[in-house]
Design a protein around this ligand. Structure first.
Ligand code: PRX
Length: 571
């Protein structure tokens, strides 16, 4: 382990005295900055967009600096406010109301953001879906949420199993020459006719705004439900952790289908009225550097996978670009290797600030702050207002330097408020007043937290969370596959890759072509990132006597580790 400590960053910080602030801080104090503290009228869309659009000094500021290989566009706060008003009117016209689930299945574009805020403005619940999802992933989420409206594009409509979605009343299609089907609505036609005026639906802080589906180790993906109150923590961490100031140009690489792409790709920068860079499409190292240079990005929030790719593409690529504007760099989603931090100091002369949190937590919790030393390999310390600890399986705190469950004292402002349609799952997260994360970690004597791994079988591949059960279920749908067990296998660039062990049905021979066919089957049915990169055919898959796949054992075999207790193994 690289124990070299990196000193605090010099200069002004939005959170200068960490210890003192922690002692005196309460979330109540932070509420004073919001208009609803006086008016009692709440909507996160108002605080993020309309408030700036109404401010003569802010309305013409660029809110969204969008680019993709095909298109470039700058959208001001005023325009985003008006466009989202129009979309809110379209939703109202089709009888969409507070609490209804409205899903977005599309790539990032200016239309996405107008639609997203339109949904929030009517008090409905937005469900953004990752654009790489295939039919089954889309079906599971739209069925479980009983979505009423879906917004999508002609390129993606074929992945929507329309016959299996009885609750889906309308599909709003963003594209030209929209087919004339009863359920279809032509986005451009409706938007052209819609009014720019809309009186926003004022909601309660505890009313829902967002559903993010995420994977556990068992069952289908779960709908993590977030409420407007989360804005308090988005706002606080935008200042303390992202270190945003009025004139910053900020870029978060995450897709809004994942929680980082909403909490920090949408809410955090716009709650502070900061210019937000969005780049559509997949990225190469050149694309990343080019986007940073062209937009003069000052604050960049990305993932270890991306940073590792930048490290491996070398200095020659970096030397082509002028990144002198970049002043603050952050990472999330998987362990940040100390070597990458060392690279950041050498190649960019910047500290890389790791941040830890989850879909369920709604916002950053344990972080490296500009005003604190970085201990490379550590996720940092809990933000003010958050109590973090390491607990045993009964929820009792354990002493420093001992590994256990990473846990957070509940509640906090951005915490999920339920799992959609699954109260018992929701309750299972909490033990003795602690939210238990499923990650193992330890805390050192200085109060720094060190991530050790997942305690369950959830796979983290390139920062994307994949449930082994979903992949196994999909594998079993292939006619050749009799049994399947799926694990995450350590990988130097992707963190983990997905490895599937399968047994074959009678009549099928193990061959490269067959394995490739099975891989493609998962890729086109579920999504590219869920397709196993490695596959191995076995005579049998280890199971417990009650029939549960023993992934732990598969993993030990794969890595050549001791197999531990195998007393429950089926004969
Ligand atoms: O295992 C932890 C890992 O990602 C999980 C949460 O994944 P997801 O809900 O998709 O949210 C990702 C982004 C908020 C965690 O349980 N993880 C997240 N951040 C870190 C991390 N692992 C190590 N270091 C981190 N900084």
């Amino acid at each position: 382990m690289d124990m070299q400590v990196i000193p605090a960053r010099e200069g002004n910080h939005n959170l200068h005295d960490y210890e003192k602030t922690r002692e005196s801080f309460s979330w109540e104090d932070m509420k004073k900055d919001f208009s609803w503290n006086e008016t009692g009228k709440v909507n996160i869309a108002y605080e993020a967009i309309d408030r700036h659009a109404k401010n003569p000094k802010k309305k013409d500021k660029v809110a969204l600096a969008y680019s993709s290989p095909e298109r470039e566009e700058k959208v001001t706060f005023e325009t985003l406010s008006k466009e989202s008003n129009k979309f809110a009117n379209v939703l109202k016209k089709y009888n969409t109301n507070k609490g209804d689930r409205v899903f977005l299945f599309m790539s990032r574009s200016p239309e996405f953001y107008a639609a997203f805020f339109g949904i929030l403005k009517i008090g409905a619940i937005a469900g953004p879906l990752f654009e790489a999802f295939m039919e089954q992933a889309v079906r599971d989420r739209l069925q479980d949420s009983e979505a009423k409206i879906l917004i999508t594009t002609p390129e993606l409509i074929d992945r929507v199993p329309q016959d299996e979605l009885p609750n889906l009343e309308k599909i709003i299609i963003i594209g030209n020459n929209v087919e004339n089907k009863e359920r279809y609505i032509d986005y451009y036609q409706e938007m052209d006719a819609a009014s720019e005026e809309f009186s926003i639906e004022w909601v309660d802080l505890e009313d829902g705004m967002l559903l993010h589906y995420t994977s556990g180790s068992t069952g289908k993906p779960k709908g993590v439900y977030h409420v407007h109150n989360a804005m308090i923590q988005h706002y606080a961490t935008a200042q303390w952790v992202l270190d945003l100031k009025e004139d910053d140009v900020y870029w978060c690489t995450a897709d809004p289908g994942w929680v980082t792409g909403t909490s920090y790709g949408i809410f955090a920068p716009w709650l502070l009225g900061v210019t937000n860079v969005v780049r559509g499409g997949r990225f190469t190292p050149d694309d990343w550097y080019q986007t940073l240079e062209e937009n003069k990005v000052t604050v960049w929030y990305t993932a270890p996978t991306a940073l590792r790719r930048l490290v491996s593409c070398g200095q020659e690529v970096l030397d082509k670009y002028d990144l002198s504007q970049l002043r603050h760099l952050l990472s999330v989603g998987e362990p940040l290797n100390p070597e990458v931090i060392t690279w950041g100091m050498k190649a960019l002369n910047l500290r890389i600030h790791d941040t830890w949190w989850m879909t369920e937590t709604g916002a950053q919790l344990i972080v490296n702050l500009p005003s604190l030393e970085i201990h490379p390999g550590s996720m940092g310390k809990p933000i003010p207002g958050i109590e973090a600890s390491i607990v045993d399986n009964e929820g009792n705190e354990i002493p420093p330097n001992q590994m256990g469950n990473l846990a957070i004292k509940a509640p906090w402002p951005a915490m999920m408020r339920k799992i959609w349609n699954n109260q018992s799952k929701y309750e299972s997260y909490f033990i003795n007043g602690w939210y238990v994360s499923g990650d193992s970690a330890y805390k050192d004597e200085d109060g720094y937290f060190w991530f050790q791994g997942r305690l369950d079988d959830v796979i983290n591949t390139s920062g994307e969370r994949v449930g082994p059960f979903e992949v196994e279920s999909k594998l079993l749908e292939h006619p050749a596959v009799a049994e399947a067990g799926v694990i995450g296998k350590p990988d130097p660039v992707r963190g983990e890759i997905i490895k599937a062990f399968i047994t074959l049905n009678a009549g099928y021979e193990n061959s490269e072509e067959l394995l490739e066919d099975i891989r493609k089957f998962v890729k086109t049915g579920l999504s590219a990132h869920a397709a196993p990169r490695e596959m191995e055919v076995k005579d049998s898959i280890p199971k417990t006597r009650s029939g549960k796949i023993m992934r732990r054992l598969l993993k030990s075999w794969e890595l050549g580790l001791p197999t531990g207790d195998t007393s429950t193994l089926e004969e």
